[in-house]
Design a protein around this ligand. Structure first.
Ligand SMILES: Nc1ncnc2c1ncn2[C@@H]1O[C@H](COP(=O)(O)OP(=O)(O)O)[C@@H](O)[C@H]1O
Ligand SMILES: [Mg+2]
Length: 262
């Protein structure tokens, strides 16, 4: 195992084990990633050598104190930003080396984002907000049906025509969850999805996230500083001061033959 091996802290022995030799390639493989930001005249080292793997279909958490680098890591996974150094392989793509235009396609077609502040468009209905990812190309009847079905699945079947201001915070986040799922992304990235909600509403949102993740089989990575939503089967990546805490190492896989062309 290399010196920069992966530290994955897992809540259960089953989740901690990388699995047998036949193990499929992980959805996410982060290799020795550094991320620095310029802040005035000085540099802030937000991520300092992060390595980790997340398998397909996992419910994974990135936890740690405020300012530890959680959002920075999540944004790199979503190709919203590039690492200063290191490799980020997601679903067969080498994100750090991808062109701008391929990154746009990756974000559009493969990733569903859920943010703390919902980010709904205020003059669109709940249904139209869920359909936003399809809007650039025009919306089909099938897509409209799918969006309505998803809203029903998150418990908003009778709120399709409501504007965001007519919905509670929890209901707005449900719309955002439906919007994240509508294109059947391979990966959903959520940054503090319950950060603006009271604890009971937070519980409801997590119940929905788990149900939707199970039924879709997608991989879900959630940033949070609230550990009470973690269950024993979840993968937990714990960041402190830009580095992963913990000791369990994962294996290194050679992807050179299967990575998508740039
Ligand atoms: N765009 C940015 N410019 C400058 N500094 C940043 C930027 N984004 C994050 N940081 C800094 O990087 C560190 C990690 O931030 P972040 O990833 O947002 O942490 P977390 O999500 O765990 O609270 C913090 O010190 C933060 O101030
Ligand atoms: Mg954050």
């Amino acid at each position: 195992m290399a010196a920069d091996s992966i530290a994955i802290v897992s809540a259960s022995p089953r989740a901690a084990r990388p699995g047998p030799r036949t193990r499929e390639l992980p959805m996410i493989d982060v290799r020795n990633v550094h991320k620095s930001y310029r802040s005035g005249s000085r540099m802030v080292e937000a991520l300092r050598g992060i390595s980790c793997q997340i398998d397909r279909g996992r419910f994974a958490f990135i936890v740690g104190p405020s300012g530890s680098g959680k959002s920075s890591l999540l944004y790199l996974l979503g190709a919203l930003d590039r690492p200063t150094s290191g490799e980020i392989l997601v679903n067969g793509h080498d994100l750090a080396k991808m062109s701008e235009s391929r990154q746009n396609l990756y974000r559009r077609d493969e990733i569903g984002f859920i943010f703390q502040s919902f980010n709904l468009i205020s003059n669109l209905s709940a249904l139209e907000n869920v359909l936003v990812p399809f809007m650039p190309r025009g919306i089909t009847a099938e897509q409209r049906r799918r969006a309505a079905d998803l809203l029903a699945e998150v418990g908003l079947g009778d709120r399709l025509d409501h504007r965001p201001y007519q919905l509670s915070g929890g209901e707005q986040q449900r719309v955002a969850i439906a919007r994240a799922l509508v294109k059947q992304p391979v990966l959903i990235l959520a940054d503090e999805p319950t950060g603006e909600l009271d604890s009971r509403t937070g519980d409801e949102i997590y119940a929905i996230l788990r149900r939707m993740q199970e039924s879709s089989g997608t991989t879900l990575v959630i940033v949070t500083h609230d550990r009470r939503f973690i269950t024993p089967d979840d993968l937990v990546l714990e960041i402190q001061d830009g580095q992963l805490a913990g000791s369990d190492a994962a294996e290194t896989v050679d992807y050179s033959a299967i990575l998508s062309p740039r």
